[in-house]
Design a protein around this ligand. Structure first.
Ligand code: NAP
Ligand code: MG
Length: 505
């Protein structure tokens, strides 16, 4: 594994100065809440810091929103809905969403840089995220026209089904794809005619705030409101607010369950996108080289901080040796380092807390008798000592019921299992609480179809991973969630049906 630049001269200080320089152009010293189209501090006046996980330095001080701010934001959203947004036509919303997409594309490099500084993902990954953001808004601009009510007519009966927006929706998102997750929430909510109060993750508030500056004159005041802050202080009151008629949450299953309990207080509708522990099934006919490429991408992209990461590998015995050898080479050949540098493959994790969480699982895996085929530690490089780095890791030999296998590590850690009996393997593949995604690697169409159907999960990749095209619904089976994003069906989750029955004599 290499962790330095070509000339080998990288130091902690050279990384810090590169980051400070990049931050000078795009990061403000202090950020505010965005309520009713106005930038304002938290009612309490309090702030917290967002850190740069590559250097450990403070990037900006961020307004620490609380219940009073959530109240104001919900009121602003309600006013915007009543006074303006509920009267907009599909064509008007379509034009607004299209303009948002254009603006995002114009600011791609700036938004990607902010994402890299705040989250740690590589600039290349951040650019792909921002392209996806524009794509979301374009997709839902078109989708607004594809879902509408209908009539029921038969002799003596005339009725209409109208699909109405909820009005104000509350949206809570995680730190792994900060702006992308915001777009997955905002695009369908707005397309369907709702106003939003959004709470970003405390670790990564910067990109969504800059995004709102960029589209400030496009989106009417109060249609989108952002309350930055901690989950317990800002997310909790948002999820209990009786003015919020629909909640959409992406994050951990534990917090998702709490959101559902909070939603129950007001019988608020809820959509949840939660964690995953997705199986990769490799059949005996797989081409080892192609398989290695797919598997490495499935687990190591975004430093393993993907809810849909393929984190449990079930490889057929016949191809296990060449594939594991190839994977060890891939893991050890990756450049772990400064995410601002184009040649870096794996950036830091988002925070020290997340590093510690990953390390706790690796420690527990060791105690559980695991063999480490690659990685399992911090990179051996002084220049990276101030950052949140973990090496790409391959682990074999754990019992499938071990906590490191059952629970989501959310880091660059792949657990390997070899199989020769399909039914026994599939039983294990499905033996987790999660059901977000899965994948199969084979050149046999019948095997691909069978395995895709056998995996209990909402999204299956055949010979690829991570690619999500708008139009294919995304969401979890089992404890991975409720509802679907990324598709025209998503608009149904942001509207409610009203029937109007006419009395005909
Ligand atoms: P998290 O702790 O569940 O946090 C997600 C969001 O919820 C954050 O904005 C958080 O605020 C907020 N929150 C925390 N406690 C809350 C509470 N009591 N009430 C209301 N809001 C609360 O998850 P995370 O650590 O940020 O993200 C990692 C997890 O998210 C992983 O498990 C991953 O699988 C999952 N994830 C799933 C998907 C998907 O599409 N299914 C996508 C991305 C991530 P703070 O930032 O202040 O904690
Ligand atoms: Mg940060």
């Amino acid at each position: 594994m290499s962790t330095t630049s070509d000339d080998g001269a990288e130091t902690a200080e050279s990384i810090r100065s590169r980051h400070r320089e990049a931050a000078d152009d795009v990061v403000p010293e202090h950020t505010q809440l965005y309520i009713g189209g106005e930038w304002q501090d938290a009612a309490s006046g309090e702030t917290f810091d967002t850190l740069n996980p590559t250097t450990g330095e403070v990037l900006a001080s961020v307004a620490r929103g609380g219940e009073a701010d959530v109240d104001r934001a919900v009121e602003a959203a309600r006013d915007a809905y009543d006074e303006e947004w509920s009267e907009t036509s599909r064509a008007e919303r379509q034009a607004i969403l299209t303009e948002i997409a254009d603006r995002v594309e114009e600011h791609q490099e700036e938004l990607a840089t902010l994402e890299t500084l705040d989250n740690g993902k590589t600039l290349m990954e951040a650019r792909i995220d921002v392209e996806g953001v524009a794509e979301q808004f374009r997709f839902f601009a078109g989708a607004t026209n594809s879902r509408s009510g209908h009539t029921r007519d038969e002799p003596g009966v005339h009725g209409e089904v109208i699909r109405e927006p909820y009005g104000v929706v509350g949206q809570i998102i995680p730190w792994n794809f900060p702006l992308a997750m915001a777009s997955w929430k905002l695009a369908p909510a707005l397309a369907a005619g709702n106003c939003s109060v959004l709470k970003p993750a405390e670790q990564t508030p910067l990109s969504v705030l800059r995004f709102l500056e960029i589209v400030d004159d496009v989106v009417p005041d109060g249609v989108v409101n952002v309350v930055t802050g901690y989950g317990e202080e800002a997310g909790d009151p948002l999820s209990r607010h009786e003015g919020v008629r629909k909640l959409a949450f992406t994050g951990s299953t534990a917090v998702g369950k709490q959101i559902m309990r909070n939603a129950a207080e007001n019988v608020t509708d809820v959509t949840l996108e939660l964690g995953g522990k997705s199986p990769i099934v490799v059949h005996a006919d797989a081409d080892p080289e192609e398989a290695v490429g797919v598997i490495a991408m499935a687990i190591f992209a975004n430093t393993g901080e993907c809810c849909e990461a393929g984190s449990r590998l079930f490889v057929h015995e016949d191809v296990a040796e060449p594939i594991l050898e190839g994977l060890i080479g891939a893991a050890e050949g990756m450049t772990v380092g400064d995410p601002l540098k184009e040649e870096t493959d794996v950036g830091p994790k988002v925070s020290q807390e997340q590093v510690e969480r990953t390390m706790r699982y690796l420690e527990s895996a060791k105690e559980g008798g695991a063999t480490f085929l690659a990685g399992g530690d911090a990179p051996d490089d002084e220049a990276l000592a101030g950052g949140c780095f973990v090496t790409p890791t391959l682990v074999e030999g754990l019992d499938h019921d071990h906590e490191a296998v059952q629970e989501e590590i959310f880091g660059p850690v792949l657990e390997v299992f070899r199989w020769d009996d399909y039914d026994e393997m599939m039983e294990l593949a499905n033996d987790v609480d999660y059901g977000l995604a899965g994948g199969v690697i084979t050149n046999d169409l019948e095997l691909a179809d069978r395995t895709a159907r056998d995996i209990e999960a909402g999204y299956i990749w055949v010979n690829t991973w991570h690619e999500m095209s708008p139009g294919l619904p995304y969401g979890g089976y089992k404890q991975s969630g409720i509802g679907r994003e990324l598709s025209v069906e998503t608009l149904d989750y942001y509207t409610q049906a009203k029937s109007v029955k006419y009395g005909l004599e």
